[in-house]
Design a protein around this ligand. Structure first.
Ligand code: SAM
Length: 246
């Protein structure tokens, strides 16, 4: 049974814009996901292995900026998940997530809300927090603040995994954007010319990737005790990290 919670949004104008951007971009993003541009199949297979290895006991899974939860639902199959909580600004995303999560054998809660606001006010704990391709829009200060809020939520036995755009060592954002643009433009069998322009424009405007070292440092500053890279994504553009309390 899926329980959907709607919140009065704190800044309706900005949030409405984010929702519209989501709706415009989602169809294109989905095309890229379906063609495995981001290597989501491998990423979610790793997430599943980590979940099975770390949690033989029932665990509570928190998915920040869950989107349609299409990939994560596969990772959660055959695990001991007892509660899934997905948070996303977009109502449209949550409607899709609600359908994708229908057959998961645990309680499901979907919340239409800004994840930063939700984490800062969060009263209840989670065992495993997941963030896929959504933390990189924040400034370094806000990333660290979010890391600290997640650290508070997971207690001493939890885990936080992120999969995010990642710079090579000493690479500038400009150099990364050049590589990202070349990679997007090589995906011509999947995207039309117009769609490619939209993706390039989005990446150039919104993406604030960090180096692996910086991602780890932000987590350590946020209160985590251990930070490690688990996987390098395609074309060296993304990376999967695990942050643990100890
Ligand atoms: C690129 S999609 C990623 C979806 C999913 N995590 C995945 O890996 O496929 C980014 C998602 O973040 C959501 N989002 C962006 N900013 C948000 C915020 N401040 N609070 C909640 N959700 C947000 C968007 O609505 C969208 O669903």
């Amino acid at each position: 049974m899926v329980n959907v919670i709607h919140h009065a949004l704190s800044n309706p104008v900005e949030d409405q814009q984010a929702i519209e951007v989501f709706q415009d971009h989602w169809r294109i993003y989905k095309k890229m996901v379906d063609s495995d541009y981001f290597a989501h199949r491998e990423v979610y297979a790793i997430v599943q292995r980590v979940l099975k290895y770390r949690f033989e006991r029932p665990f509570r899974f928190l998915d920040l900026a869950c989107g349609d939860a299409g990939g994560v639902v596969e990772a959660l199959r055959h695990t001991a998940v007892s509660h899934y909580h997905g948070i996303d600004l977009s109502k449209a995303a949550l409607e899709l997530a609600s359908r994708n999560l229908e057959n998961l054998r645990c309680t499901v809660e979907l919340e239409e809300r800004d994840f930063i606001e939700a984490m800062i006010e969060r009263p209840e704990p989670a065992d495993f927090v997941w963030m896929g391709l959504s933390l990189h829009h924040l400034t370094p200060e806000a990333k660290e603040e979010l890391m600290a809020a997640v650290r508070n939520a997971i207690g001493d036995d939890g885990l936080f995994l992120i999969y995010e755009p990642t710079l090579r060592t000493s690479e500038t954002r400009e150099a990364y954007l050049g590589r990202a643009e070349r990679s997007i433009r090589s995906w011509k069998t999947v995207l039309t010319g117009e769609e490619m322009e939209e993706v390039v424009q989005h990446v150039r405007t919104c993406d604030l990737p960090e180096t692996s070292e910086t991602w780890k440092t932000l987590a350590l500053r946020g209160g985590f005790g251990r930070a490690q890279k688990l996987f390098d994504g395609p074309a060296d553009l993304f990376a999967l990290f695990s942050f643990a309390p100890e």
